[in-house]
Design a protein around this ligand. Sequence first.
Ligand code: G4P
Length: 524
Amino acid sequence: MSPLEEAERRRTFAIISHPDAGKTTLTEKLLLYSGFLTAGAGAVKAKQGRRAATSDWMEMEQQRGISITSTVVQFPYADKVMNLLDTPGHRDFSEDTFRVLAAADAAIMVLDAAKGIEPQTRKLFEVCRDREIPIVTFINKWDRPGLDALALLDQIEETLVLEPAPITWPVGYAGNFKGVIDRRSGDFVRYTRTDRGATVAPEEVVPSGVAKVEEGEEWEAATDGIELLDAIGRSFDFERFVSGYQTPVYFGSALTNFGVRMMLEGLADVVPAPSPRLDATGNPRPLEAPFSGLVFKVQANMDKSHRDRIAFLRVCSGRFERGMVVTHEPTGKPFATKYAHSVQGQDRQTVDEAFPGDVVGLVNANDFRVGDAVYLDEPVTWPEIPTFAPNHFRLARVADTSRSKQFRSGIAQLDEEGVVQVLRRAGVGDLEPILGAVGPLQFEVASHRLENEFGAPMVLRPTSFTLARRTNAVSADFLRGRRSAEVVERRDGELLALFDSSYALAALERDFPELKLEKLVAEG
Ligand code: G4P
């Protein structure tokens, strides 16, 4: 098949949710329904010692039961090839999610039926909106008491300014779930409870005439709901979905498997196939152009038995073949792709061939950074992936000066991976940088990794800084002479001014309007 035909079969998506809404459970169940995971054969996340890990790798993740890193699972479904990108579960790592979303064509937003839109759902949704990623909604935990279905739709519409278009509609309320009506066929799919959903749930499809008699009042209520949706135009429209105005909605219970098959079918149906990616000048790179890829994640030491560094890239055009020599755009250097892998947790498999939408992990691509392009024959540069504004700051220092060298290289590595932002102070040298983060858990990860992977424990001290602004050399010179700001330099050469409070910043802006103090993107 040609790259174009292969691209047409790809469905590349990520799952986002507020912690505990059911992202991990839904991921497992999508794999179960695709036939990729057999019951009990290993689940996605090690949580409270319950599950075996295939997608988490770090000791700390296992101890804390959180997912920090992300990998990709590829599985066939019907005639499609699904690429499910894992995103970190915790809000402190939303910048990492942002980078992963650079490689996705859609995201599934999982909501807990009892909680609706939660703070983290909203934040991640905004990240999706920034990246112009279409969103499919899965309303989970319908097996237990929750909010009313119409109230949930209202929440989506009001808080996210996103039009919900249910594809399935529940019969019975949350906690007294009878099944869903598939709005496209009109059929009723009856809910059958399965014990923790270890196996694919039996599904009973009941014609509407029979369901009407059997379900009585609840059927009436559900069909009234559908009539209302029809009347107000809440029906799925692909164009509105891909342009970010509408979200198709599915109801279900990932734990008991209900609604998972319909969700999976829906993903195969509605997630857009990869399309030509715009380059830095705004020109689309055709899918059939020679191979090109975008580096969206760099990760070192994922596995103790492979102490190496992997750059994950999404194929954007053409055919990737292992062994091909590609050009790394920023350096212009050739790179031989001899060690190309797919990585799922600890497992690595050689990838011989990949197409637009697929993800390839390149081992020892040491010069590769997030946002870089690699290509064959026809050069390409991708638009920059913006860095988030840090709003937590710590002073870092090596605990044992005999480990300074390891500290330096460890800090540089973590900076390149985006685990923390390393902010250097002029005249202080790189042994006492300020570390910036979007969330404080990032510091814990950095400390843990410095100690365990580089043998360089660090001491972190609090600072009073709470916000950063981009500045320039002239303003920086002025600011260095003042006590209300600290000037630091980021790895990309950008100068940032750090402030204790928005008052300090506002006072400075008022007194010295000529200073350059620009807001950074995605400020929390
Ligand atoms: P996350 O990745 O989004 O953080 O959520 P995760 O899948 O880990 O699910 C969080 C909790 O919600 C888990 O319970 C899980 O079993 C439960 N859950 C997920 N989907 C459903 C559902 O459809 N219905 C119900 N009733 N519960 C659901 P836990 O108590 O944290 O873990 P466990 O004791 O069940 O293992």
